[in-house]
Design a protein around this ligand. Structure first.
Ligand SMILES: C[S@@+](CC[C@H](N)C(=O)[O-])C[C@H]1O[C@@H](n2cnc3c(N)ncnc32)[C@H](O)[C@@H]1O
Length: 335
């Protein structure tokens, strides 16, 4: 009580903490459901709690509570005592679908090394959990991009828009290197825009197998060369490319590593060639991935600001460094 005003101090409600607490519960329940492959069981006709519990020899009470909680999270629907899949589960949570995301989601629970984040911040030692730039993560990336692999048309329009904003057009003989390409949405969009564009895709072998299929689906396979292996070890050559694209990879590297990568791309570009760096930036954080995620799953990465990229790019020899729409950064190798 404030003796002067005779009023009780205003006490904030702990709403934000309650929300955090709810997330803690939800994560554990979702994890159990993924481990138990609940959606596959429902899809196979085990559509009541009693049926699943009986066929799997699970605890009936725990089974029913899990199913009901999944309904509350909108990851399952219920009519009477029968459960059914919602479209998102049908598409992404059935392990026999090429768009299955469960394997990657399960591996993602370990992103902070099961409680190692505080220690990493104390000591600066990372990566913890897993390292985003190792070959072991190839399956994870395949899961992350399952929608892109399965339906490339859904993102190609946005990619065309990016090239337009950057002032880069497909033309006869335009040579593009896409480093750490993943599903290669941007460079394949450029290949699709003009039959004279030649694209080289660089990533781990497993990723390139899928990216090659996407290129075939899009009808641009003959325009594409695959370069498999570690982006640090594979030679890019000298004076070979008009455009090099680095998409969503540089936020996993330290400033020193990025400067090294930018030097390597600088050598591989023709004079007057363009490097495009697209990454999650500190000025425009990724709503889906907090900055500490990038920190925890790499040895030196973080979302950087434009000025930090500009410094790294200048150190590597680039000029005319432009922030295009606060996302891709365009840099030029002097003619
Ligand atoms: C976040 S994804 C980005 C994919 C794509 N560039 C995009 O912007 O959508 C990162 C990609 O980098 C690849 N990658 C990571 N480290 C790599 C390395 N050391 N060598 C080759 N590829 C690597 C991964 O396999 C994955 O496909």
């Amino acid at each position: 009580m404030n003796p002067e005003t005779n009023e009780a101090p205003v006490m904030p409600t702990p709403e934000i903490l309650d929300q955090m607490d709810a997330c803690i519960y939800q994560v554990a329940i979702f994890r159990a459901a993924l481990e138990l492959q609940i959606w596959a069981k429902v899809a196979a006709g085990e559509d009541t709690a009693d049926r699943i519990a009986a066929s799997q020899h699970w605890d009936p009470l725990g089974t029913r509570m899990l199913l009901d909680d999944l309904c509350a999270f909108k990851l399952l629907a219920k009519e009477g005592n029968r459960y059914r899949l919602l479209p998102e589960a049908e598409c992404y949570l059935l392990p026999d679908k090429p768009t299955y995301m469960g394997r990657y989601l399960l591996s993602d629970f370990g992103w902070e090394g099961n409680g190692q984040l505080a220690e990493a911040i104390r000591t600066g030692k990372r990566s913890i959990g897993y390292n985003a730039t190792t070959i072991e993560l190839a399956d994870t990336w395949i899961g992350v991009y399952s929608r892109s692999w399965a339906a490339p048309e859904t993102y190609l329009g946005r990619c065309d828009e990016m090239w337009r904003t950057l002032g880069i057009q497909g033309r006869n003989g335009l040579r593009v290197l896409d480093v750490a390409c993943g599903p290669a949405p941007r460079s394949l969009a450029l290949a699709r825009a003009h039959p004279g564009v030649r694209v080289t895709l660089l990533d781990w072998e497993k990723i390139l197998t899928v990216a090659g299929k996407v290129a075939a689906d899009l009808g641009v396979k003959t325009q594409v060369t695959l370069l498999q292996g570690d982006l640090w070890r594979v030679p890019y050559g000298s004076n070979l490319y008009d455009v090099i694209y680095l998409g969503n990879i540089t936020h996993f590297f330290s400033p020193e590593q990025n400067t090294r990568l930018f030097r390597k791309t600088h050598k591989a570009l023709i004079p007057g060639g363009t490097l495009v760096t697209n990454a999650v930036r500190r000025e425009s954080p990724d709503p889906m991935g907090p900055a500490l995620w990038f920190y925890a799953i790499s040895e030196g990465g973080a979302p950087y600001e434009f000025q930090e990229y500009k410094d790294m790019l200048e150190r590597a020899g680039y000029s005319d460094i432009v922030d295009v729409n606060s996302q891709p950064i365009r840099a030029t190798k002097r003619s």
